[in-house]
Design a protein around this ligand. Sequence first.
Ligand SMILES: Nc1ncnc2c1ncn2[C@@H]1O[C@H](COP(=O)(O)OP(=O)(O)OP(=O)(O)O)[C@@H](O)[C@H]1O
Ligand SMILES: [Mg+2]
Length: 275
Amino acid sequence: MAIAISQPISICLINQKGGCGKSSTCFHLAGAFAALGKRVLLVDVDPQGSISQAFFGSDAVEQMPVWETVAALFDDECNHIDPQQLIRETHIENISVLPANQHLARFNNPAPEQGGVMQFALREFLEPLEAFDVILFDCPPNLYQCSWNAMIATRHVLIPIPPEDFGTQGIPAVHQAVANARILNPSLRRLGHLITRTDSRILIHREYESRLRQLYDELVLRSTLPELSAFKVALACRNPVQMHAPRTKAAMRVRQLAGEIIDRISNKTQHREAA
Ligand SMILES: Nc1ncnc2c1ncn2[C@@H]1O[C@H](COP(=O)(O)OP(=O)(O)OP(=O)(O)O)[C@@H](O)[C@H]1O
Ligand SMILES: [Mg+2]
């Protein structure tokens, strides 16, 4: 009898807008999935190394040699890469990190489609791994080689958007990048737009949220992540909010988001692109 091996959930958080909450969402979402007993791998594909620093501290991350970071996958001089050497467990049960630091910057080419075999570096490394239920990719604020590699390696794309003018400007470019990446990764789907850093007391935030929902309809997730200090405090303490303060509104909102993501992917909710 054939045994069905379920694929991990893989989600790339992408937006060329800086500061829209990609890393913060990855960090806290990892905590929510881990608390559900899922084995989570956070793939840091940002030369800023935000996710890596969140777990291991900035000094330790800056000192990592290239062969201990994700950059090793792109570097011809790093042969015979051992996953054991690259993927690090964290102090949180069920969360591991494939770290990044400044070494990645030289591979983040702005013309990714000309990258030849380099375009598949992440996919080739991750595909044989069976140890994870959820893989989250934290991308830099551009659509260059690092984000491109993540889109080739993932199944789903989640687009965090702050409900403001600058936050929403780059959406068509992100959609175009996803469409381009689909040529190499036909199973790539937009999981949706996630409204982040929103404050319901601010009129313009409420207006932008309603405009986004009108424009993109079901492509906008019902869950939103409000601007809450609990997210920042937990991050400063190097713990996802689910572990740091599970009873807070912030933790509850991330749990809701994790639940909605699982529902969308498992097709429990009607959604034209997620399944
Ligand atoms: N929902 C939130 N509530 C409070 N603070 C938040 C929230 N989301 C993000 N932040 C804070 O905003 C700042 C920017 O967020 P973050 O680093 O996650 O953005 P980013 O999109 O990853 O940025 P970059 O494009 O530079 O990688 C961080 O200090 C983070 O802690
Ligand atoms: Mg970031």
